[in-house]
Design a binder for this molecule. Sequence first.
Ligand code: HEM
Length: 479
Amino acid sequence: MSTASTGSSAALRQVADLPAPRGLPLIGNLLQLSPTRLHLILERWAEELGTPYRFQVGSIPITIWTDTELIQQIMRERPHRYRRYQPIEAVLEEMGSNGLFSAEGAAWETHRRLVMQALSINNIKAFYPTLSDITQRLRTRWLRAAERGETVEMTDDLKRYTVDVTSALAFGEDPRTLERDHGVIQEHLERILPSVMGRINALFPYWRYVKLPADRKLDQSLVEVHRYIDSMMARARERMRDEPSDTPRNLMEAMLVQQHGGEHGAITDAQIRANVLTILLAGEDTTADSIAWTLPYLAADPALQTHLGEEAHRVLGDAPVCPDYATLKELDIFEAICIEATRLRPVAAVHSFEPLEDVVVDDVALPKGTRMFFVARPAMIDAKNFVDPQRYDPWRWMRKGEHAAPEGAHDVRAYLQFGAGPRVCPGRHLATVEMRLALSMLMNEFSIELAIDPAKINEVSAFTMVPDTMPVRLTKRRR
Ligand code: HEM
């Protein structure tokens, strides 16, 4: 494989030579694409055509890749040779959310430094008491539901959890959505990512000319979210004035300090707002839905639940949640059950790139700006990378303990749920801490069953890949 700059050569394949699903003149495959099922459609075409292949949105070809070695290299060659798919930046810019995820070049570098610092292991360690409090509030919510015999919509409760955690850590404010029933910020955040998904795949940006009811609702939600962020910014400024500190206490303060011109240039109110929204969006669904996707596998395996309950009790004892940061390292299996679930149900199902110069990838000449989608699941359910790949087996991720990992292939490089290279997810440590905390608390306290036939839970492409529902009944464990 090579990803070098090149001119055209007869020996190379051109994008037009790649196999493609049959489409219609002028619009290509547009009518076959449904934004909410995009990853499923791309996976089916990958199976039928092999990869790389292309599909057409009008005259624009989009190339599809599944080879993780190629993609690892491309991910590492950012930001100089590849960028994220350009429409993401354009659409997020319009929504006032062109922050770290979509920024490129020098703007990306400044934001990256600030966010990496805010989400560093040391900061998460110092933040542990708050994380533990928020996890206890999740427990209280679930205890109440179990007592009342209520079904819990896990996609909702887990998002409350991740929003409270992310806001408290990154912005120094805990919105306590776990204690409220209505009027929470998620109701507005929820509209944003599916709209991003629809818009980046649209052939024509109609919403710039006519607003449909869904676009008006989105506009309203964006106004609410921006109002919320502005009030957070104002309160952070007050805190910095009234209780000054030598070093910023969170990402919001770090960005506000940077406004006065740091070593890497000043950052504006609009950039701060965009980053706040980015962190809220990036930290919420991804983590909540990774945890939610774990639940059907636990519900289907009572013996695994019993084991996890005993294991959680061994580590937590009578504490309601993991007692301190150091003890988290004894909870590897609670991360493994979630990582294994997302191998089969990838929350980051499609990653996108564009070369910033002409390149050759896998003997295909890709002109600058060629759209590239990496579809994540095929490599993760390929026996070449993971032995017995269709089987949910969290022990494959455990390299220690009395439960031996199964013999055979286990190529962790094929698991790219957090990306790789310079733009690898800066929230991955926080996310895995949340997985350990929430799932160990859950298994210590409750046994679970799904309140729906698992075959009726649909995978929805909403920028991340989310379950459309995850209703669960909780029963308090007897010991
Ligand atoms: C299970 C949970 C999560 C998953 C699966 C996930 C996945 C990803 C992926 C695939 C990327 C793109 C990486 C790349 O291009 O190489 C990414 C980037 C990012 N993630 Fe996460 N993420 C998770 C949790 C979080 C959390 C908790 C936060 C923050 C609180 C966060 C903040 C970000 C940001 C800001 C970026 C953009 C980084 C950049 O472009 O430099 N993520 N994430």
